[in-house]
Design a protein around this ligand. Structure first.
Ligand code: MG
Length: 259
């Protein structure tokens, strides 16, 4: 059970200014809030992203465990791998975001990541990047061979080292973070983070607007800044006052279908 949490959430996605097809997918289905960025020619990338969000959508309205999440990711991984024609490299997809869950009755963000989409937490007027990219440039940064600033323009910056669907098993990173009133979580594809600085993301995410507007404004800013890739954002805000008036897109966890 997750008691006494009111949340407001929204998502927005744009094909961008260059690409012909949007291969990003967003899922906002409490307690599941994720973004998937598909990669692969023809329709493979979009289908891979759709497959992983469809699997996680099966967890909507349930009290989720890490084992269930990993089972759904593996099911998506197997379905994507099986869908690829033998002559082609398998399509794949990133997956990041959070599932709201409870530990001993206390609410937690279960943050998940595979690939180079990112999840951030806005808390106490500060932006923290929770996830660590699974990418070649992140490995170079970790090894001290390049700086984070150099990574942003490195020729290998789009090469990811983990994805759903490209191998026999999928290995996700998981974080469990206690929920605080006023938290605002952002999951977004690299079409947002490669166009906008951390300061710009912080400014838009911290603005006094609802989650749907914040998601829209982040994506619109990424497109205006160049839109070189599909751009997608999912935003979830934990209300300061759980008894605050709730919109259609606001749910109170711990009541209704939450078990
Ligand atoms: Mg992308």
């Amino acid at each position: 059970m997750i008691e006494g949490i009111g949340i407001d959430y929204g998502s927005y996605s744009d094909v961008g200014a260059v690409r012909a097809e949007n291969q990003d997918r967003a899922l906002v289905a409490p307690p599941v809030f994720v973004v998937a960025d598909g990669m692969g020619g023809h329709r493979g990338g979009a289908e891979a992203a759709q497959t992983v969000v469809d699997e996680l959508a099966l967890l909507a309205g349930t009290a989720v465990t890490t084992a269930q999440v990993q089972d759904r990711l593996q099911a998506a991984n197997d379905a994507i791998a099986a869908s690829a024609p033998e002559a082609f490299a398998p399509p794949g997809t990133t997956l990041t975001g959070a599932l709201l869950t409870a530990v001993d009755g206390a609410p937690y963000w279960m943050v998940i990541n595979v690939g180079d989409s990112r999840t951030y937490l806005w808390r106490g007027a500060a932006l923290e990047q929770i996830t660590v990219d699974h990418s070649e440039v992140q490995e170079l940064v970790d090894a001290g061979r390049i700086t984070a600033a150099e990574a942003e323009t490195h020729p290998q910056r789009n090469v990811i080292t983990r994805a759903v669907g490209i191998g026999p098993t999928v290995q996700a990173d998981l974080w469990m973070i206690p929920v605080r009133p006023g938290d605002r979580l952002l999951a977004c594809s690299d079409g947002v983070t490669k166009e906008l600085s951390g300061a710009t993301i912080a400014g838009l995410l911290g603005a006094p607007v609802d989650s749907a507007r914040a998601a829209h404004d982040l994506v619109a800013a990424a497109v205006a800044a160049g839109g070189s890739d599909n751009a997608t954002a999912v935003v979830v805000t934990v209300l300061d006052d759980p008894a605050a008036s709730l919109d259609d897109d606001t749910v109170r966890l711990g009541t209704g279908t939450q078990e």
